[in-house]
Design a protein around this ligand. Structure first.
Ligand SMILES: C[S@@+](CC[C@H](N)C(=O)[O-])C[C@H]1O[C@@H](n2cnc3c(N)ncnc32)[C@H](O)[C@@H]1O
Length: 294
């Protein structure tokens, strides 16, 4: 008896390699997450700002003392892989705070929007140094998409003080006191420029969401990524943007693990009778697709 072996590829065919586009996006994500080189030593006040009372107080004394001598006291961070993967540590040079899985999810959502031709622009509310918006613009650029905009919405001065009367869930929120979360518009523009991605398709919405989002000059959105941490910031974004989200569009919530943010999402979905299933991304963020049972 003779056996024939049917091969899928000719014997010497090269193994499938990632396309140039896929390689570019991987490289872009690595650069934005600062994964190409080892983490440099981190100023003590940043490294210890989430530690216990003693270390925080010590850093508050030591940092200005070194500053007076024109020096900076820095420590090797030695982050564990788990810390880096979860996106919970505050990095010195990274251009985005979001975890690798949340970044992959963003790429998946944008690629789906393009593949399925879901109409509309892309927006992130709460951009920090701009990394997630830069990836969205990178995906448009490599796919030669010129008829969609990336809206970059932020105060560029950090989070608002809580308005506990209007939004009791935000009472006592201290995010507004964190200088690390306040990144200027000039710095975000510069980050786009460094990656060669700043042009007229990138539109900056500078100011508090409650003032800027009602005036958004976009008729339709294909993707909205919400990363404002607080109840007010999340609710303002959902209220003003969700009606513009196309059917099949993505609503991504970066901070579903933060109590105030989760309450805003749950309240909004309940009041608008949104029943599209929530999909967990990495135990922190989640998303749903408008009108699509996943
Ligand atoms: C956690 S950071 C965003 C991280 C970012 N998405 C990334 O990829 O790294 C939160 C951002 O939301 C902005 N923000 C929060 N609430 C806001 C509001 N109500 N109006 C304007 N900006 C707000 C802050 O200025 C800050 O830049």
């Amino acid at each position: 008896m003779v056996w024939f072996v049917v091969r899928q590829y000719p014997m010497n065919a090269p193994r499938a390699t990632p396309s140039a586009k896929a390689r570019y996006i991987e490289l872009l994500k690595s650069a934005l997450a600062c994964r190409l080189y080892p983490e440099p030593p981190v100023p003590i006040e940043l490294l210890w700002c989430k530690r216990g009372w003693f270390k925080r107080s010590l850093a508050r004394v030591l940092a200005p003392a070194f500053g007076m001598m024109g020096a900076k006291l820095c420590i090797e961070p030695n982050y564990t892989q788990e810390q880096l993967d979860s996106g919970t540590v505050w990095r010195l040079l990274a251009v985005s705070l979001i975890s690798p899985r949340r970044m992959d999810n963003l790429c998946f959502c944008v690629e789906t929007v393009l593949a399925e031709r879901i109409p509309g622009d892309l927006i992130e509310t709460g951009v920090w140094r701009g990394g997630a918006c830069i990836v969205m613009k990178g995906l448009l650029a490599i796919n030669a998409i010129t008829d969609r905009k990336v809206f970059v919405a932020d105060s560029f001065q950090g989070l608002p003080p809580p308005d506990a009367q209007k939004y009791p869930a935000d009472a006592g929120d201290t995010h507004h006191k964190v200088p690390y979360l306040a990144v200027s518009r000039a710095r975000v523009e510069d980050n786009f420029r460094r990656f060669g991605l700043l042009d007229e398709q990138v539109v900056f919405l500078e100011g508090w969401f409650k003032d800027t989002l009602p005036k958004l000059r976009s008729r339709q959105l294909a993707l909205m990524r919400l990363d404002g941490d607080m109840y007010e910031s999340t609710m303002d974004a959902l209220t003003h943007l969700y009606p513009k989200l196309s059917a099949g569009g993505f609503c991504i919530i970066d901070d579903y693990d933060i109590r105030n943010c989760r309450m805003a999402v749950d309240d909004f979905r309940k009041s608008r009778e949104v029943t599209d299933p929530l999909v967990d991304i990495d135990g922190h963020g989640c998303y749903w697709r408008k009108g699509v049972a996943l």
